[in-house]
Design a protein. Sequence first.
Length: 513
Amino acid sequence: MNEFNIKHPSHWEGLVRLLSNILPIGKAWLGFGGLLLVFLFSLVSCNDDDTFTTSQQNRLYIPEDTLKMDTIFAKIPAASKDFWIYNYSGDGIRCASVRLQKGNQSGFRVNVDGIYLGEKTGYQTSDIEVRNNDSIRVFVEVTSPDNGSELYKEMDDKLIFRLESGVEQVINLNAFAWKADVVRNFEVKSDTTIDTSASGRALVVYGGIRVHPEATLTLAPGTTIFFHDDAGIEVMGKLICQGTAEKNVTLRGDRLDDILEDLPYDRMPGRWKGIHFLKDSYDNVIEYTDLHSGYDGIVCDSSDVNQTKLTVNSSTIHNCDGYGMYLNNSKVYVANTQITDAYLGCVAIYGGEISLIHNTIAQFYGINSKRGLEALTFANYSGTHTYPLNLEVKNCIITGFAGNHVKKEKNDSVAFNYHFYNSLLRTSEVEDTASANHYENIIWEKVEDPKNMTDTTSIGGKNFVLVDTHLLRFDFHLDSLSKANGAADARWMLPLNREGVARDEKKVNMGCY
């Protein structure tokens, strides 16, 4: 732990800075200004704020008696937490000592008002003064040693403030350490299966996982992988995410703590790099998988469209700082999948053979700053490259906040074929022609100008059970009032929904739920 150099200035130091700004400079400062400064110092020294009490009635105000570090990974330093301690007692308070009870035995590291309680100081200090109506700041970090045979291990210590009055005030430090396997720059050169559910240990990845050509990486049901912010999965061979309805595969960032109260880092986008399928990677399968809070969720490079590059079924791709899915001239099948909240767009398609069936594609990323782009973009070119497009969309929901959430871009030099069937689309209604036949049985949602709206979740958000854009909490199950209820066509119905629950053949809902 780095020693902190943060120390609150005393009252006279603040006064010196103030006087240096307002008093004349030069000889006048050395004469009158210097005398005035001495006079003011004498006044300050007589101020009641500079007196210190030994009364047992005067105590420090500590907002909480316990600091919880939540769950941490064993052997990996947790992010620091900090808090303030105040003196509202009416007099200054000196601490005879501030000490970490267990010293170096607990894994906690503490800095109090700029003083690191480490080995050099014997894990204590006696140099803490808190003037009346002043405060000090405390920083705490923790690293658990290897848990041994224990999967979870409780860690605790006490930070003890012993005042000159003899009063002791105690802050309890608490954390749970989860036994973890840590890998760095993991190279998969032969067929490999990862199954974290068998051991119960966390798997934390730094630098990323690379699947080489001719190799297959299989993620077993119930596997969870925690990626550091520099890590993702790069696939040149094959990836099989083999979750089940009961035991999803989970791919997420490695921060377990909160960025704010009631807002964990796990709800923040851009925590890891996502999955990248390179040009010669084919026959990849992602099933019953929860992929969230990455930069890009899934990126597919241009490939031979006569071979299936990727099949995604009954999965979730949520809260990305780039694209949810970026599909470049590939053959991809996506069904029963929730693809939601991505800054650059939930699904972006540039050529290829694409089938979207029973998906919920919804864009509520950054609605308070009007940041997020369209829920669905499709085109038959990318930059200077043109790619024939064949796109079919059946029984899907494509919506979001305010504006238009279906965007199409066409190059006349190559094929541009697309068909939407029995879907809810948040876009301006299109008058189709019999010869074109692009749209069949569509629910068109009204498009509003977000600049003129007070409720930016209008209509689009009302399709769903919960859209909380402040605490980033979402539940994309259909609200009972959504027009998507029972509006799908049984001809395109998939027997099970995202959660593996049988669909009602007489009342088929659009979307994945």
